[in-house]
Design a binder for this molecule. Sequence first.
Ligand code: UDX
Length: 439
Amino acid sequence: MDIAVIGTGYIGLVTAVCLASKGHRVIGVDQDADKVRRLNAGDPVIYEPGVDELLRAGLGSGRLRFCASIAEGVAASQALFICVGTPPSSDGSADLTQVENVTREIAGCMDGYRLLIEKSTVPVKTAGWVERTVRLHNHRQVDFDVASNPEFTREAMAVQDFLEPDRIVIGVSSERAAELMLEIYRDFDCPKIVTDVSTSEIIKHASNSFLAMKISYINLIADLCEAAGGDVKTVADGMGLDARIGRAFLGAGVGYGGSCFPKDVKAFCRIGEDLGLDMSLLHAVDGINERRVGQLVAKLRQALWIVKDKTIAVWGLAFKAGTDDTRSSQAIRLAVELLREGANVRLYDPQAAARARHELPPSDEVVYCASALEAAQGASALIVATDWPEFREIDLAALHTALTTPIVVDGRNLFCLKAMERAGFEYYSVGRRSVSGHG
Ligand code: UDX
């Protein structure tokens, strides 16, 4: 099928390269002309495993190209995926300005039937607004449909999640739209839920909020383990073996970040409240997450007494391992908090330093390092903020030598308590006993 993908951020680009790999002819549209030039030259712009290969393969096959004109995208396609950003507004609701703008522009160019597909995460009822916008601006009065097709791809796993999904959710209001959507996903071997548009929109927010709830729940249990004496990893294992609960997303730590969970939980609260519902369950999820960084800094304070003027190593800046994305990263919040306390920070992340530079204030107190051990060199303590596998594999003896005082505060529970004890560290993790280093 001829498909346009409007917006080539993480989701748009992954959608474009993956659909091209399935044999569709895809045109990616982005208003950023420089990005379009780089994409057409085979530079994926973002770091996301697998995207570069699929981008080059798509460009090479002639089935994938990029342009900066929505009119060109509309002319070249039958179905258009809307993948533009929906950033949070100050009140927590999603700002849908970009969705409205591109919808208006698409409508103005339509010269025959088109299927508009919402892929961006949007509040329930957005499809109704998209439909109304198309009606108002579709001067030739051509036929069209609006579908909802939420994405469930995780960053760092996006290509795999897109090509081998657990399920595909399709929200439509006509047979014709359902047939086209099923045609797009013909070669995907997974359950496909075809439902109405509102239900589809709700599935997306309900899924992300549920996963965020699991994380905040286990973080609450971690606090309980610390207070009562218990081990949260073993609690999570014990809970997770119950097939009704499952072990996934029961990793306690510094809390969730990224472009989806923090924003989606807040937006879902707003959606529910606008409809007159009590959303306090999800407010609690958000509140627990908001407090995680402060709790970790409190552990550091407890270990160091005075944080001001001390040098602290921070491992990790990305919101999770496997990505260079620092949006709503708890690691960045942590670095900011340490700077606010008057500390000097030595930062290391295998991928995200370049993006972090845009988020952290340029200052003499901030040093970006080329390796994990370099960051630890001369620091009074180390805080682990992102779960990169290379941190887990670090030479503990070398780390011990690098730090001036062997204090590690681990916001990701990466290390084995016994190994840290044997290596002589004072080790504070999340929801587990602290280690004195002399046992
Ligand atoms: C998420 C959803 O998983 C995906 O389905 C949706 O489409 C987009 O949002 P993503 O933001 O890429 O994907 O990250 P995810 O892997 O879900 O992790 C989100 C955050 O939760 C990260 O900061 C991660 O470190 C944290 N997390 C995850 C935990 O703190 N504990 C866990 O057990 C799992």
